[in-house]
Design a protein around this ligand. Sequence first.
Ligand SMILES: O=C(O)CCC(=O)C(=O)O
Ligand SMILES: [Mn+2]
Length: 199
Amino acid sequence: MIDVIRKLTIKEQRTVLRECQKVIQYAPLSRMTMPTGADFQYLCTSAGDYGLISDRKGYRYVSKNPITGLRFPAIPTLIHQIALEAAQSCALRIRPETALVNWYDEDSQLGLHQDRTESTDAPVISISIGDDCVFIVGGPQRSDPRRKITLKSGDVFIMGAEHRFVFHGIEKIVPGTAPSTLGLKQSGRFNINIRQVYH
Ligand SMILES: O=C(O)CCC(=O)C(=O)O
Ligand SMILES: [Mn+2]
């Protein structure tokens, strides 16, 4: 199962945007480092019981934010509900334990990777808010053929079941494509990536 399964209304998109802004006030966005030592090309933070961090030691989930020393803020209600409904509508189950909040500016990219830091095969649900992006999706092997999907503001996307571990990435952001009524004051894209972390 890999698909855009619904589109949020502009009202819902505005609520999700406000919720992201609240999350990042409490748990600021930061630029992490990959285990290779290279910087991420986008900013991120987390909400939920656990947050994803990365540095020279690798990718892992932690229950306290290393920047603030505090727990991560709760997953906002609407985001939690969207994730549960998305999984249910595909006959899949998720217990949302983290919502990664990624911010891409107009030059950000995310290289081809698999989401493998979780010890469960529950689906990953993603919400896009802001400018369009060109999302690349391949197969379970890095060398598998790839295709491009444009993810637009309000798209709720799921990667689950046989597609849970496919390679994917963000080729580019398309500046100036966010809905004018969204109220996002700069070009860029939020991605909210909701995951179950443990079995
Ligand atoms: O921004 C997206 O749509 C995907 C983000 C992603 O793949 C990740 O955070 O692992
Ligand atoms: Mn990913």
